[in-house]
Design a protein around this ligand. Structure first.
Ligand code: NDP
Ligand code: MG
Length: 379
């Protein structure tokens, strides 16, 4: 039996982790779970999985929770998710969204627990210190993001294996067929209609802007210990090839499958074994697979990630914090789609270069959000 601490249980990834547990109840047990503010769903989940520890971040919403199993200890408040990172777990599944993932991953590594990592912001903001801490503590960071899982599969589950190049695929997001002119008028509702994947709101907007792909490049740099110039990104509208690895002899391995996160999520928990996911099989008959280069003019957020990578230090963290703020403003109808890149660009420009420590990352993240607000308040 593998004991799972699940952080972000009510989200898109979190609920799919629970699907894996439902499929294989004799293999997996949820020992602790944490969520943000979806009190009703969380209460239902806690009563179903009866974890020893349950944590809800939103203190006000926590008051709405009335019935919990008697064996469950309940914590609530801002950093309560850290209580779910428990000695009882064999693996900590980090499915929380945003910068909140960083402290959870740090706590898991310090407890010497392997981490199944869906939360990419952790490596974008703090890849340097997180990977160093994981190495020091002998902890595995298991990729869950579909592209990184694909690469890891092509590398025989060995992130240290030699390769010549990583080729990360991108769907191109909700607006890939629009013109630049049309982008002026798109709304959050339009951006939330991802053509191939059903995901949380923040990442769906990040897919439309391709900030998500820039984040994934940074994530890959840390997971596979590789420089930026060994990573290519190709737009592949069908989302069937989840990523590829080119080797020294010119051979290229690709991992394919239907676009469902259930495969990488389950594999993170079962590898090197592969169990049935009950998904519809991939049918390639009559399908064409296309690949094209990224137009950085059409996706300025992607270009900003290149800038942050080149600047290094705490700049990727500023990029991530600024993006979280700008996307929130866009989702709340406060700024337009094209404003997202402008706000982030301003925040990057104004960010002060700092050495990377957990303290400097917290400062940088907060400051980047403030800078985005400053930019829009000044206009
Ligand atoms: P969602 O927004 O659907 O879910 C986020 C989860 O985190 C929710 O359970 C939310 O709770 C919880 N949460 C938010 N803040 C806190 C906090 N401070 N403490 C504890 N829990 C918190 O996001 P996704 O599932 O889409 O994405 C999760 C992560 O995985 C992101 O980093 C994303 O980039 C990455 N990812 C997602 C993919 C996908 O297919 N969805 C694919 C690849 C990567 P509540 O809803 O109750 O507020
Ligand atoms: Mg991905």
């Amino acid at each position: 039996m593998i004991n799972i601490a699940l952080i972000g249980s009510t989200g898109s990834i979190g609920t799919q982790v629970l699907n894996v547990v439902d499929r294989y109840p004799n293999k997996f047990k949820i020992v602790s779970m944490a969520a943000g503010s979806s009190a009703a769903l969380f209460e239902e989940q806690v009563n179903k999985y009866k974890p020893e520890i349950a944590c809800l971040c939103d203190s006000e919403k926590a008051l709405l929770i009335k019935n919990l199993p008697k064996e469950t200890s309940f914590y609530y408040g801002n950093n309560s998710a850290l209580h779910a990172v428990t000695e009882k777990a064999d693996i900590v599944f980090v499915a929380v969204s945003g910068f909140a993932g960083l402290d959870v991953v740090k706590a898991a590594i310090e407890l010497k627990k392997n981490v199944a990592l869906a939360n990419k912001e952790t490596l974008v903001a703090g890849g340097e210190i997180i990977m160093a801490l994981a190495k020091k503590n002998g902890v595995k960071i298991i990729p869950v993001d579909s592209e990184h899982s694909a690469i890891w599969q092509c590398l025989d589950f060995d992130a240290k294996k030699e390769f010549k190049k990583l080729i990360i695929t991108a769907s191109g997001g909700a607006f890939r067929n629009l013109t630049k002119e049309q982008l002026k008028f798109v709304t959050a509702e339009d951006a939330l209609k991802h053509p191939n994947w059903l995901m949380g709101k923040k990442i769906t907007i990040d897919c439309a802007t391709m900030m998500n792909k820039g984040f994934e490049v940074i994530e890959a740099m840390w997971l596979f210990d590789t420089p930026y110039n060994k990573i290519d990104v190709l737009i592949h509208p069908q989302s069937i090839v989840h990523s590829m690895v080119e080797f020294d002899d010119g051979g290229v391995l690709a991992q394919m499958g239907v676009p469902s996160m259930e495969i990488p999520i389950q594999l993170a928990l079962t590898y090197p074994n592969r169990l049935d996911t009950k998904l519809e099989p991939l049918n390639l008959v009559g399908k064409s697979l296309e690949f094209k280069e990224v137009d950085k003019d059409f996706y300025p957020c992607f270009a900003l990630t290149e800038q942050a990578i080149k600047l290094g230090a705490n700049y990727p963290c500023a990029l991530s914090g600024a993006d979280e703020m700008a996307v929130e403003l866009f989702l709340n109808g406060k700024i337009s789609y094209l404003d997202i890149a402008k706000g982030i660009s301003y925040a990057l420009e104004k960010t002060e270069k700092l050495g990377v420590t957990f303290e400097s990352l917290h400062y940088t993240d907060k400051e980047a959000r403030r800078l985005v607000l400053e930019y829009f308040n000044r206009r």
